[in-house]
Design a protein around this ligand. Sequence first.
Ligand code: DC
Length: 227
Amino acid sequence: MNKITVAIDGFSSCGKSTMAKELAKEVGYIYVDTGAMYRAVSLFCIQNGWMTDTDMDVVEIEKQISTIHIEFRANEAGKSETYLNGVNVEPQIRTLEVANGASRVSTLGFVRRELVRQQQLMGLQKGIVMDGRDIGTVVFPDAELKIFLTASPEIRAQRRLDEMAASGDIVDYEAVLANVKERDDRDQNRTESPLRKANDAVVIDNSNLSLQEQRQLLRTLFQQKTL
Ligand code: DC
């Protein structure tokens, strides 16, 4: 069967990575979470003091960007984990602080160019499912299957809240909703590669879809492209 490139873009907390990961596993493709790459850059900047809640040392980040090496390695359970310069940073990059920083460093053109370069190398052989914000528009504009995943901000905030509650974090719904909207706004309105639906992307609004329905839809779309 011919291998294709699958690009999955959309808003934060839409379930892109769950969808992408499941499809990759089912069809034996590589899965790449590009959000994790921006998160790793954010963590690197925070750890080195180049980014605080209010400031970002853009000159220093630009000087150091080529020293950031990001890769994914499977753990014993087969789950892909993010490594920053050889160190497993998977738990650290999932905090709200790092997510907010990722949303800020992802506005920098030189950061985007470096990560896009690395992502394109990862996809040279096809057989890849990549999720992010600019995969169908910038990283792989020729991807055979492009999905634009969306859901209402309120539903996404509630899902995030449920996830956090499941891991013991009690957070205020209004605060999570405000954070979701703030990130949407930044993702859509930045000058560098803003979040946009590619013209040839299929839109899936999963606000009212069960996981099972979403899975089935994606499977059908994938089969149509690989027949
Ligand atoms: O999907 P995520 O929440 O892990 O992404 C973290 C941040 O990185 C998010 O604010 C948007 C940004 N991002 C991006 O600009 N381009 C991508 N391809 C992936 C993520």
